[in-house]
Design a binder for this molecule. Structure first.
Ligand code: PLP
Length: 527
């Protein structure tokens, strides 16, 4: 493709992309194809001769569109969102044009420098404590990772190395590259255990698996809205340390769990960690992958004040709820030396005069991979195009839609129960136990306006019938593809999660989703 062909193709592609966004509200969210739909439509071997762009582009509508799940649809209310906006797409275009796997500063200074600056912007926008700024005295700073999973795994490795090194130094063994030092480090690594609540994302357990350490999850209960509490943390720490002889070295607290957007009780948890010297040494990471976006809004910034002390690192994904497309996981660390001590391995071919001076950042030492993309451009473009006020307005709109949905659910107590406290635009519900177990009357209601399980017991109780009906409702809704929801199981209770905060979503989409939920539930109850 030459420059003129590229110009024409790019114009055609942009037109196509704009039309795609325009068409989203009318398209089914979920595709109707069956597994393996694509292989028969694509030649078995790559073409021998060049093909024109017009031919390639035509395959997008005929072959790719039918197999897309439309995460950008305003009717996508599953998982957590993965937003994309026009300025973010422009950032991706320039990033591709300037392709440079800028692992060292000299590999493309603008990539590194813009990333440091933009991460400071993000930290300020979220109201994070100053210790996470690249200009802080404690040598903090931010780095863009691909995903929250990568962020957590990177922090867990840094924590593992910090703790193993402390224990090795305490034995008087110096880091001189000797086999003795290696042996001591390995012996200590083998005793380490990472922790998180049983509601933390699976990426924490996976990070421990990747890092080769033990992992324990700490129980939560519906009575505490599945938030991690001091009592539970203390009991687990005491058990692993005193009964199992292990060394807790890393703990993940969550702001906005995947199941229900619960927020762990940071203040009381940090107080527990202050109770023992060995607990004070634990690396504390805050995973705010989705809900962290809400920190741009003034109303939520008080939460970030909990991270001023006793927190080593924090991550949030702009690619979930903050208008930047995948991938843009913002990771902030209090002391970048903890990170570079763990991950800096510098062979001769990576040396250069700038790195040797120690005055530049080489982001390869802040991450697992070597090469990296120019991701700060898209964040920069989005933050400038929206401004802080535009970003706040986006979050406020999402919260408003979430509240509206929760209120609608609460307005039908004969049909539904809210299982956990609605938070950050997420509603977690199930079909009400008594509705699920009693027959429908001819007027379409179950004729039961009695007290709900939640009102009776304070929290929803496990109920097999309710589980079965809720699952049926969920499956029927998704099979029709008009909206896409997610299910989960919390404390044995089968739930439906609804979160619709796409930039294109408005009240009409929220009300339509609720209407589909009600009608489908009534249909299932009627049998
Ligand atoms: N942490 C939380 C709280 C999440 O909800 C998720 C995904 O939804 C993740 C981590 C993993 O995110 P990623 O896909 O960026 O690894």
């Amino acid at each position: 493709m030459d420059r003129e062909q590229f110009r024409a193709a790019a114009h055609a592609a942009i037109d196509d992309i704009i039309n795609h966004f325009d068409s989203l509200p009318e398209r089914r969210v979920l595709p109707t194809i069956e597994p393996g739909y694509l292989r028969p439509q694509i030649p078995e071997n790559p073409p021998i001769e060049p093909q024109p762009w017009s031919e390639i582009q035509a395959d997008i509508e005929s072959k790719i569109q039918p197999g897309l799940t439309h995460w950008q649809s305003p009717n996508f209310m599953a998982f957590f969102p993965a937003s994309v906006t026009y300025p973010s797409i422009l950032g991706e275009m320039y990033s591709a044009a300037f392709t440079a796997p800028a692992f060292n500063w000299i590999c493309s200074p603008a990539c590194t420098e813009l990333e440091s600056i933009v991460m400071d912007w993000v930290a300020k926008a979220l109201g994070l404590p100053k210790c996470f700024l690249s200009t802080s005295e404690n040598r903090g700073g931010g780095v863009i990772q691909g995903t929250a999973s990568e962020s957590v795994a990177t922090m867990l490795i840094a924590a593992r190395e910090r703790r193993a090194r402390e224990l090795t130094f305490a034995e008087g063994v110096k880091d001189n590259g000797s086999a003795e030092y290696e042996d001591h480090m390995c012996a200590h690594r083998a005793k380490l255990v990472a922790l998180s609540s049983d509601q933390a994302h699976s990426s924490v357990a996976k990070a421990a698996l990747v890092a080769g350490t033990r992992f324990r999850s700490i129980p939560t209960s519906l009575e505490d809205n599945v938030e991690l509490t001091a009592k539970s943390l203390r009991a687990t720490l005491t058990k692993v340390e005193e009964e199992q002889g292990l060394v807790p070295f890393f703990i993940n607290f969550t702001m906005g769990t995947t199941n229900s957007c619960a927020v762990d009780r940071f203040a009381e948890l940090k107080a527990v960690l202050n109770e023992r010297e060995s607990w004070r040494r634990i690396w504390v990471h805050i995973d705010a992958a989705y809900a962290g976006a809400a920190l741009v809004e003034d109303e939520y910034q008080h939460i970030a004040q909990n991270f001023a002390e006793g927190v080593d690192s924090f991550n949030m994904n702009m690619h979930k709820w903050l208008l930047v497309n995948f991938d843009a996981s913002c990771l902030f660390v209090r002391n970048r030396t903890d990170l570079t001590n763990a991950l800096d391995i510098t062979p001769a071919y990576l040396r250069n005069p700038y790195s040797e001076t120690g005055t530049v950042v080489d982001y390869r030492n802040w991450q697992i991979s070597l090469g990296r993309r120019f991701r700060s451009l898209k964040i920069w473009f989005v933050m400038r195009s929206y401004g802080l006020n535009g970003m706040k307005a986006h979050i406020r709109k999402g919260i408003k839609l979430g509240n509206l949905f929760a209120e609608k659910v609460q307005s039908r107590p004969e049909l539904f129960e809210i299982v956990t406290k609605p938070a950050f635009a997420l509603t977690v519900l199930r079909v009400r136990s008594s509705a699920a177990s009693s027959a429908f009357t001819s007027n379409g209601t179950n004729g039961d306006n009695g007290t709900s399980e939640v009102a009776k017991h304070g929290v929803a109780q496990v109920d097999e019938k309710a589980n079965e009906i809720t699952k049926k409702v969920y499956e029927l809704i998704n099979s029709r593809g008009e909206v896409f929801l997610t299910s989960s199981v919390i404390a044995g209770i089968y739930v439906i999660r609804v979160v619709g905060v796409s930039p294109q979503a408005d009240e009409a989409h929220t009300l339509r989703a609720f209407d589909i939920l009600v009608k489908t539930t009534e249909e299932v109850l009627r049998g």
